[in-house]
Ligand binder design. Structure first.
Ligand code: SF4
Ligand code: SF4
Length: 98
């Protein structure tokens, strides 16, 4: 049975400000707070990769058809990819509550 907070000693408490396990922020869905998401009309996509290059989050990847697409779990909704896309493939839309 777990100890109550009154029974804990200093040896039971994790060391503060210490990384105790290896890893990165990839383990967390860092983009789930965004208010907008990129949507795509791939019929106009040139597969130029400009959205991939400009995304400050590094969350754009090429899919199996060669189009570039954001991972919604890491995209922050900044809209830079939509602004930079030369053929206006990307339109930012409001996130919807689920
Ligand atoms: S909206 Fe911003 S974070 Fe999301 S894919 Fe586009 S450039 Fe990256
Ligand atoms: S910038 Fe636009 S045209 Fe170029 S790969 Fe991205 S979505 Fe396609």
């Amino acid at each position: 049975m777990a100890k109550s907070e009154f029974e804990l000693t200093w040896q039971d408490i994790e060391i503060g400000a210490a990384v105790t396990e290896p890893g990165s922020a990839a383990a967390y869905k860092t983009g789930d707070w965004k208010s907008q998401r990129p949507t795509y009309d791939f019929s106009r996509c040139l597969k130029c990769g400009i959205c991939y290059v400009f995304c400050p989050e590094g969350c754009v990847r090429q899919n199996q058809k060669g189009h570039f697409e954001a991972n919604p779990y890491y995209c922050k909704g900044c809209g830079i990819c939509a602004y930079e896309c030369p053929t206006r493939v990307i339109v930012m839309r409001e996130e919807e509550e689920k």
